[in-house]
Design a protein around this ligand. Structure first.
Ligand SMILES: *Cc1c(COP(=O)(O)O)cnc(C)c1O
Length: 358
């Protein structure tokens, strides 16, 4: 076989593929180099413990557990609440159902059902109608509802606090647990001003990611009760996630919490500015009302594009995007996309929308 021919696409000038692309800043690397470390499997890494306890306090939980990925944090959280043969429910676009490779089924023998949530937005009545906590010996017992905030494949949607509260009231009454997939809860907090603790206290367990918009190279934290975290620590080791001197990674997370949370507002403003320019050119491509944080879902079908062809045309202009559905592409703003890069994305992509695919 001849080697694959090198890509003809020009260099990437603006990378809007994902907020996971961010690289550690020089200051973050310095903090990592300086971090005290120990063997975290023995619970002896002081920087890891500092991160776990700090995030737990922020969200009003007893303890935390550092994990190598958001998927592992979510899957540990799910595992704590649901036994083999029982179920979780989540909306049909949820990351835990769509982007964790069937982990709940494969690793924990858990089944799932879902409801359809436009833009991924939570309407508490839907999961409350779907859940069957008292299925007995005939129907699968629902043990957990997973809520994603902000909602990735929904387009960075912020979940309405009153709906989370209504869901909490309804699940509490019927003995169903709630897990927050808070990979981007930072963005929800910055967009709404709702305190982390207000979000945290509405859930039995919470997962947060340090490696998305916060710009750390690795790391998530699972939060919950001390008992739950002790149990999750055993399962983390069993899943192969016991790590050693990872204070160097936890230090990146601590640095991100100190320096990269409030700046998310810049990402939100830039995403909104792009959406407004796109909506002027083609009102059917995006409703800026639904661009609440750092993600834009751009519907390119109305302009006659398939998402794949639009991604290729954008790549030829040095802009990298992700084809997220059969009609839309996804653009994600982050630490490494500034105002000038946003202007460039507007000047290169809006004409593609205006002229259509011909
Ligand atoms: C990124 C992400 C995760 C975690 O993904 P990993 O790649 O496993 O770190 C979880 N939930 C949501 C909503 C995400 O966007």
């Amino acid at each position: 076989m001849p080697p694959a021919s090198p890509s003809k696409a020009p260099p990437v000038r603006v990378d809007l593929l994902s907020d996971t692309l961010t690289k550690p800043t020089d200051a973050m690397r310095k903090a990592m180099a300086d971090a005290p470390v120990g063997d975290d499997v023995f619970g002896e890494d002081p920087t890891v413990r500092e991160l776990e306890q700090r995030v737990a306090r922020m969200f009003g939980h007893e303890d935390g557990l550092f994990t190598p990925s958001g998927s592992m944090a979510n899957q540990l959280g799910i595992r704590l609440h649901v036994k083999p043969g029982e179920e979780l429910i989540a909306d049909s676009l949820a990351h835990v159902l769509r982007a964790e490779m069937g982990a709940a089924a494969v690793l924990s023998n858990i089944s799932a059902r879902s409801w359809i949530a436009p833009h991924g937005e939570l309407n508490a009545a839907q999961p409350l109608a779907l859940m069957i906590p008292d299925g007995g010996a005939y129907q699968v017992n629902t043990r957990l509802v997973v809520v994603e905030n902000t909602h990735n494949f929904g387009g960075g949607t912020v979940q309405p606090l009153d709906q989370i509260e209504a869901l909490r009231a309804g699940t509490k009454e019927r003995g169903v647990a709630m897990h927050l997939d808070g990979a981007r809860i930072w963005n929800a907090h910055v967009a709404t001003g709702v305190p982390f603790e207000t979000y945290g206290r509405l859930f039995d367990t919470v997962s947060v990611c340090l490696s998305k918009g916060l710009g750390a190279p690795v790391g998530s934290v699972l939060l919950g009760s001390a008992d739950h975290m002790q149990e999750a620590r055993i399962w983390r080791k069993r899943f192969g996630g016991g790590m050693r001197q990872v204070g160097i990674l936890a230090a990146a997370g601590l640095h991100a919490l100190d320096h990269h949370v409030e700046r998310l507002a810049d990402d939100h403003a830039r995403a909104r500015r792009f959406a407004e320019a796109a909506a002027v050119a083609r009102p059917d491509s995006v409703d800026p009302q639904w661009v609440q944080t750092n993600i834009v879902l751009l519907d390119v079908a109305g302009a006659g594009w398939t998402p794949g062809d639009f991604v290729t045309a954008a790549a030829a202009r040095g802009i990298r995007l992700y084809p997220v559905s059969t009609t839309a592409v996804r653009l994600v703003w982050h630490l490494d996309v500034d105002d000038a890069a946003t202007d460039l994305a507007i000047s290169e992509l809006v004409p593609l929308l205006e002229r259509g695919s011909r």
